[in-house]
Design a protein. Sequence first.
Length: 69
Amino acid sequence: MQPVGHLADAAACAALAGGELQSMRIQLVADAAAALLVLLTAATLAVFKPRGMARYGRRRQRGQVTQPR
């Protein structure tokens, strides 16, 4: 949230030139893109998952899983 605070302060006082905040703008866009990528990956994995049970679920259903002590 630090870059957002800096951008808000700069917009409020309008003392900084547009070029000085270029690196913070790039960082904000990159962070937003990374967050969007993570969100889309999680949503994709939640929707498109393999059908049926995994090997662990099949073993557990057959009763072959040993219980931890």
